[in-house]
Design a protein around this ligand. Structure first.
Ligand SMILES: [Zn+2]
Length: 497
């Protein structure tokens, strides 16, 4: 299943007679790959039909062919889970969080964040209508899933150019500068390492630099989905990433380096405890650092921004960019495992599994498929973590707790002013808190780790810091959206209205 996904290739878009050739990838053969070809088309193309083509073809190549295999896998995996005393695989996965109220807590967190998401959704929908026309997107409807600049509509940063509140201000997207400077993948990794060591955290061991794979090889096919590996011998740690020279990938570099840092920190624990306090903690470490790295002031200090607009308008541009990455992700990070838990438990029947997938996509994300979907399609299969069998709720948890961690570390670093302006660079105090928590591995319940992290303030997940971070943006969006319909209506989740 993983190989089908990773080696999926599609044909380039052929414009119909009369349509101006605008495709960005000049290639005639049917060997466009997800990374980098489809990523590039999705982020840069604004040709509605080309985007439909890419969106649909990838699902046909990567998802549909593994439908039967996946159902067989669900049976086998459930059988194994039951032999281990769980009611099904979803039950087994949730065990990692050791909480009786986990599912209810997640739903409550989502309900707290939903108004922020819906305002971002309404604002982006208006900008997309301006770009593509009201014949393509209804003013009170869900948004077609292929227009977000991302294969899964889960990060919307590629829409920054058409959604920036104040386009006249210096851009907070540093990709063009990275290109102009001819930055290399290695330099991006060194930059990230330097941030970790500035906090007094560990540098990467020699083996890491020798054995990691940080550029897409030209001579063979590999699984490009970025990952970090602990070889459990105390010296061999590696990252595999087909690094593209973009701001998004610079953030991903920090994300993966966060995993390696966690591996290094808990290396002295017995093997059984060499895990994150919970899987969401493991996903959060690198992202926490990236929250500092992506502030305009920090980007300027490392030479990736010339000018910083230090005024409310510049701040809103920055906050919107961050929201297009973090807030847009929340419902999609939540629903992927809602769907899998349902399938594992039998609440979702195999013959309706694609329809149910789109019910969730509509309900939580407010998106719809640009072409009719049926139950012979298998769209969840075109998301890496499904064929790769990686539980996903960890990312939702991570996106909540990383803001909790950010707030605590900013306090420790002596930051004053709004949370979104904080940069913990060079704060040994912040680094100490991080290493205290990481050293524990999973030897304590994560609620204990949360207590240590927050200096005793809480032992729970809390959406408060996310809301605090984005508060000025929410005010702005509410004002901008005063004539908009908030939310979405649709009678059929399997096709855009
Ligand atoms: Zn990760």
């Amino acid at each position: 299943m993983k190989n089908t996904y990773s080696t999926a290739k599609i044909c380039p878009y052929v414009p119909p007679e009369g349509e101006k050739e605008r495709s960005l990838v000049k290639q005639k053969d049917c060997n466009l790959t997800l990374e980098p070809d489809l990523y590039r088309i999705l982020t840069k193309s604004r040709n509605y039909n080309e985007l439909v083509h890419v969106w649909k073809s990838f699902r046909e190549a990567a998802g549909k062919p593994i439908r039967e295999k996946y159902l067989r896998f669900v049976d086998l995996s459930n059988e194994a889970a039951r032999l281990n005393g769980f009611s099904d695989t979803g039950d087994m996965w949730r065990e990692a969080y050791e909480s009786e109220t986990f599912e209810m807590d997640l739903e409550n967190l989502w309900q707290q964040l939903r108004p922020l998401y819906e305002h971002l959704h309404a604002y982006v929908r208006r900008r997309l209508i301006r770009e593509y026309g009201s014949d393509k997107i209804r003013e009170d409807g869900p948004i077609p899933a292929h227009l977000f600049g991302n294969m899964w509509a889960q990060s919307w940063v590629s829409l920054l150019d058409i959604t920036q509140p104040f386009p006249g201000k210096p851009s907070v997207d540093v990709t063009p500068v990275m290109e102009a400077k001819n930055l290399t993948a290695l330099e991006m990794f060194k930059m990230s390492e330097e941030f970790f060591t500035s906090l007094g955290l560990k540098e990467m061991p020699e083996e890491f630099w020798k054995r990691s794979l940080i550029e897409k090889p030209k001579d063979r096919e590999i699984i490009c989905h970025a990952s970090a590996w602990d070889f459990c011998n105390g010296k061999d740690y590696r990252i595999k990433q087909c690094t593209d020279i973009t701001m998004e990938d610079l953030i991903t570099v920090h994300h993966e380096m966060g995993h390696i840092q966690y591996f290094l920190q808990y290396a002295r624990q017995p093997n059984v405890f060499r895990e994150g306090a919970n899987p969401g903690f493991h996903e959060a470490i690198g992202d926490v650092l990236a929250l500092s790295v992506s502030t305009p002031k920090h980007l300027q200090s490392i030479g990736l921004l010339d000018e910083v607009a230090d005024d409310p308008e510049g701040d809103l541009n920055f906050l919107l960019r961050t929201a297009l990455d973090k807030v847009s992700f929340l419902p999609s990070g939540y629903l992927i495992d809602l769907w899998r838990w349902g399938l594992f438990s039998g609440d979702i029947k195999p013959e309706e599994m694609n329809t149910k997938w789109w019910d969730l996509r509509l309900k939580y994300q407010g998106i719809c498929p640009p072409v009719k979907r049926t139950d012979t399609d298998f769209d969840p299969g075109a998301k890496y973590h499904v064929p790769g069998n990686v539980p996903y709720i960890r990312y939702f948890v991570s996106f909540i707790v990383q803001f909790q961690f950010h707030k605590v570390l900013c306090d420790a670093a002596g930051h004053e002013g709004p949370l979104y302006k904080c940069d913990i660079y060079r704060s040994i105090e912040a680094g100490q808190i991080l290493s205290q928590v990481m050293e524990l591995g999973s030897s304590e319940h994560w609620s204990e780790a949360m207590k240590i992290m927050t200096g005793g303030a809480t032992n729970k997940m809390d959406a408060g810091p996310v809301l605090e971070y984005f508060a000025p943006l929410l005010d702005y969006l509410q004002e901008q959206n005063k004539n908009e319909f908030i939310g979405w209506k649709s009678n059929d989740s399997t096709i855009c209205p």
